[in-house]
Design a protein around this ligand. Structure first.
Ligand SMILES: NC(=O)C1=CN([C@@H]2O[C@H](COP(=O)(O)OP(=O)(O)OC[C@H]3O[C@@H](n4cnc5c(N)ncnc54)[C@H](O)[C@@H]3O)[C@@H](O)[C@H]2O)C=CC1
Ligand SMILES: CC(=O)C(=O)O
Length: 355
């Protein structure tokens, strides 16, 4: 039996003022503040209330990044259960309205729509293997999202995230600055964690980027790794003769294997992607203009052919308008060549979709 979860469902008047619980406060002229003078509210939708969607929603809540969060999932009981469970934490959190529905119309008027719906990897499976299943889902979800929130920014998380960001761009018809994939923001955090452990410093002081595919062909940009502005590769090479190419490739492989390891241990990844996406949400909605490696249209960058419409991660400046610019970073010839090979893999996969 569906139980009432709010006072209004139990027959109480939801408006404290009109119920007589609080009296309206008049200003000097004896007038109440008109509704038109209220701050515009920020609405974020999360499509897919699974492990990843809920980790993102709860991190957005704790960081006070939205006034309203709309949750959508295909499973009504799970969805309502997740919403109630979060609502019951209201006394410990900033005030945020939470709504949920299996009908995507609940996302109407979103400023930001985050898509996490879809199949996830089973242990040992690659992200690209999910493509056909998740494209079928995107054909249903993305046009409906675009219709209900024509001015929103789309933030794609479902895998394979780079090809699905391309799919979302095509299906939404949105300008390219408003379609972003969470990309290698997570891989870069894993990279920074491993380097920080190795160097015994705080990961927040390590500047390091993984670019390209969020997946097996991601590229570590060793030439730009720095701690407190000091280039790390140079000093490591000078101080440890054993710190050779193979050791570096070992760290890159450890980054790539991170997700496989976590999935083989607990079945899915969730906490790190939750923080990674909330970090992007903060940069976008608060117009922070911070640089994040996220999946953007990379045509023409680093020798990627002009007729290859491919999304992959490059350092991008994010703000309220979405992607405000993409850094044309200096890469070694080997890094650029690896990036082009990553682009080729992604482009070949997107060509199979005939969009
Ligand atoms: N980009 C990244 O860095 C990461 C991406 N992922 C990806 O995120 C996706 C979700 O992963 P999990 O949350 O672990 O999976 P999950 O299985 O826990 O959740 C997926 C949810 O999507 C829902 N869903 C299915 N069809 C739907 C529809 N038509 N409308 C609304 N909801 C629908 C399911 O009911 C389920 O609740 C996967 O594709 C996974 O590979 C996961 C971790 C990191
Ligand atoms: C599953 C996935 O894409 C990740 O954790 O990196």
């Amino acid at each position: 039996m569906k139980k009432a979860s709010s006072l209004s469902e139990l027959g109480f008047d939801a408006n404290g003022a009109s119920s007589g619980f609080f009296r309206p406060v008049a200003d000097d002229a004896g007038l109440c503040t008109p509704t038109s003078h209220r701050r515009r509210l920020t609405k974020v939708s999360v499509i897919g209330a699974g492990n990843v969607g809920m980790a993102i929603a709860q991190t957005i809540l704790t960081r006070d990044l939205a006034d309203e969060i709309a949750l959508v999932d295909a499973l009504p009981d799970k969805l309502r259960g997740e919403m109630l469970d979060l609502q019951h934490a209201a006394a410990f959190l900033p005030r945020t309205r939470l709504v949920s529905d299996t009908d995507i119309a609940v996302t109407r008027g979103s400023d930001l729509a985050i898509v996490t719906a879809g199949a996830r990897q089973i242990p040992g499976e690659t992200r690209l293997n999910l493509l056909q299943r998740n494209v079928a889902l995107f054909r249903k979800i993305v046009p409906a999202l675009a219709e209900h929130s024509p001015d929103a920014i789309l933030l794609i998380v479902s895998n394979p995230v780079d090809v699905l960001t391309y799919v979302a761009w095509k299906l939404s018809g949105f300008p390219v600055n408003r379609v972003i994939g969470s990309g290698t923001n997570l891989d870069s955090s894993r990279f920074r964690f491993l380097l920080a452990e190795h160097l015994d410093v705080n990961a927040q002081d390590v500047q390091a980027y993984m670019v390209g595919e969020h997946g097996d062909s991601s590229v570590a940009i060793w030439s730009t790794v720095s701690v407190a502005g000091m280039p790390v590769l140079k000093s490591l090479q000078e101080s440890h003769s054993s710190f050779d190419e193979e050791a570096l490739e070992g760290i890159r492989r450890a980054v790539v294997n991170s997700a496989y390891e976590v999935i083989s241990l607990k079945g899915y990844t969730s906490w790190a992607i939750g923080y990674s996406v909330a970090n992007l949400v903060s940069s976008i909605l608060r117009d922070q203009r911070r640089i994040h490696p996220v999946s953007v249209l990379a045509t023409g960058f680093h020798g990627i052919a002009d007729d290859h419409e491919v999304f992959l991660s490059l350092p991008a400046r994010l703000g309220r308008g979405g992607v405000l610019g993409v850094a044309d970073m200096e890469l070694t010839e080997e890094e650029a060549s690896r990036l082009r090979s990553s682009a080729k893999t992604l482009w070949e996969n997107s060509q199979l979709l005939g969009l």
